[in-house]
Design a protein around this ligand. Structure first.
Ligand SMILES: [Zn+2]
Length: 113
């Protein structure tokens, strides 16, 4: 399967933490993933994709494995006749919890006497 990565528009930290929709299934999957990891991270609060963490100035740490969930993407497209259509498709995304990221600044200077 070929996949072309499209350049995403820059996301603000606030946008990165907002969701149009909530999935009870994904919430359950992530609550269970947290339990398995032994942490108390919550879906839609502490679990984000790599890009959403980056938009919040957080870096996924090397060696961390993400958790895969399926999301439904809703988009509007305009066809040749200028008609706007709503389309939906399923997509698999990988998310990381708060325990797997660190603020980007921390890497630059950590100087304690
Ligand atoms: Zn966690």
């Amino acid at each position: 399967m070929k996949r072309r990565e499209k350049k995403q528009p820059e996301m603000t930290a606030a946008e990165a933490q907002s969701f149009d929709r909530f999935s009870l299934v994904n919430a359950a999957i992530l609550e269970e993933a947290s339990a398995l990891k032994g942490c108390t991270c919550h879906a839609y609060e502490d679990w984000f994709t790599y890009n959403r963490w980056a938009a919040q100035n957080q870096q996924v740490q090397r060696g961390e494995h993400g958790t895969k969930i399926s999301v439904i993407v809703h988009k509007q497209t305009t066809n040749d006749q200028g008609e706007v259509k709503d389309i939906s498709f399923g997509r698999s995304v990988t998310v990381f919890c708060r325990c797997q990221v660190k603020p980007v600044e921390q890497r630059a200077e950590v100087q304690h006497a």
